[in-house]
Design a protein around this ligand. Structure first.
Ligand code: 9W1
Length: 417
């Protein structure tokens, strides 16, 4: 058995999803065309552990087209799209993933992807790398390198590298500017609004839309909410971020004030207890609250439950809490990430750049992983620029280039005045 998925008969539906995503991921498709000729991953065996989505499917197809053998598992029990998994299995990928698997099954799936003794690993959250290091260290000798997709994973791996515990080099794909800056701002921004609309169907124009936290995700969400015609209020604890928000034209208030006037609240802070009892006590009837920060503790749901006299699901991903004084507060996606639970994560166009970074990082590791130290490495700045240039080209957008005189001028320290 080379794969295990929920239902192979879902493959045709998954194939349509992949084709749609391919039509939105021109950078990856351009690289696929080139690498199908050049075969830069010939001889590579890549084990991947990353959300099984239509976008991931496009990456898997591209890795195989570039000459690699691929085995795959999902990195989150709830993000696997079973039809996509079926399609990839049907096309010959050793994929072990189904939605809703248990913790034991999760590790069983990872172990199966290691059966073919990979030469490269690809992670989103470092579970695969940790599995190699903690449970199968004998495999590390054959592995030239690994990649990591996300901030949390990179943090942990850097700590491991610093402690001298890494058994092979790792490239921090997350830290490429064409990855994190676009994922967080434009990916989270749009998908959070999308999640709110899908679970409420409300009009955003004219609403007071409160964004807690003006980091990249908060900023992205605030920008998109403004674009929908909302009056956007930002809350912050960091004076620099608050100042940036104000100078970008957003109202800035303490949450205690914002709580009284907001129609929609979204938390994007990474901190706990951002919305709690004293806020729920003063919110307007009909207020909608949700979270797009990484953990589901930003909204204190037990407080809401304690204040409510009854509660019911009024629509999918939308629960109505009726307060004792008759006011109603609507909690979306149970306080979990509204852009994932209530929508479809980052749009394909954004994942296009993230996954192109993955692809180029793996090509680099396959080629020269043996020359890199057993530590966490950044992608070269030129690769960021190359990918941004490629994205622009696929969008039909041209830009200017410096003349040789201008380049000389830039580095001429004598030219002062
Ligand atoms: N990643 N292809 C849920 C996604 C869960 C998820 C998560 C993405 C993509 C942030 C990756 C219910 C897609 C993913 C659809 C979906 C992520 C966690 C993607 C956004 C990150 C914890 N993190 N991501 N597309 N689930 O969008 O691979 O629908």
């Amino acid at each position: 058995m080379k794969f295990k998925v929920a239902d192979l008969s879902l493959a045709p539906q998954g194939r349509l999803k992949l084709e749609w995503a391919e039509s939105r991921m021109p950078v990856l498709m351009r690289l696929r065309e080139r690498f199908a000729r050049e075969q830069p991953l010939r001889g590579a065996r890549i084990a991947g552990c990353l959300h099984v989505t239509k976008e991931t499917g496009v990456l898997v197809r591209t890795l195989r087209a570039a000459g690699a053998e691929v085995s795959w598992s999902g990195c989150n029990p709830l993000s696997t799209q079973d039809d996509v998994a079926a399609c990839l299995a049907d096309e010959g990928t050793s994929i072990y993933a189904w939605r809703g698997l248990s913790v034991e099954e999760f590790y069983w799936c990872i172990d199966r992807t290691l059966d073919f003794q990979p030469t490269l690993t690809l992670d989103d959250g470092a579970d695969l790398i940790f599995s190699v290091h903690n449970r199968h260290p004998e495999l590390a000798r054959g592995i030239r390198g690994g990649t990591e997709e996300t901030t949390t994973g990179v943090h942990r791996l850097r700590a491991m590298g610093k402690a001298g515990k890494l058994l092979y080099p790792v490239i921090a794909v997350n830290d490429a500017e064409t990855k994190w800056d676009f994922d967080n701002v434009f990916g989270t921004g749009q998908s959070s609004i999308d999640g709110i609309i899908r679970s409420t169907a409300i009009l955003l124009a004219g609403k007071v839309f409160v964004v807690a936290g003006f980091g990249h995700c908060g900023r992205g969400t605030a920008l998109r909410a403004r674009g929908m015609g909302s009056l956007v209020v930002v809350t912050e604890v960091d004076p620099i971020q608050a100042l940036k928000a104000r100078l970008e034209g957003f109202d800035v208030l303490p949450m205690d004030e914002a709580a009284k006037i907001g129609d929609v609240f979204i938390t994007a802070t990474g901190m706990k207890d951002v919305l709690c009892e004293r806020h729920f006590r003063v919110m307007k009837d009909g207020a909608v609250i949700c979270n797009t920060g990484h953990y589901d503790c930003e909204i204190r749901i037990p407080d809401l439950e304690a204040l409510a006299e009854s509660h019911r699901e009024i629509r999918p991903n939308n629960e109505e809490y009726r307060m004792k004084d008759g006011r109603r507060i609507y909690l979306l996606a149970r306080g979990r990430l509204v852009n994932l639970a209530g929508a479809e994560g980052h749009p394909s166009e954004v994942m296009d750049m993230s996954f192109a970074n993955q692809l180029l990082a793996l090509v680099r590791l396959h080629r020269e992983g043996d020359k890199l130290s057993k530590d966490v490495h950044d992608l070269p700045r030129e690769q960021d620029q190359e990918l941004a240039a490629l994205k622009l080209e696929t969008l039909g957008i041209r830009i200017d280039t410096l003349t040789p005189e201008q380049i000389a001028y830039r580095s001429d320290y004598a030219a002062g005045t």
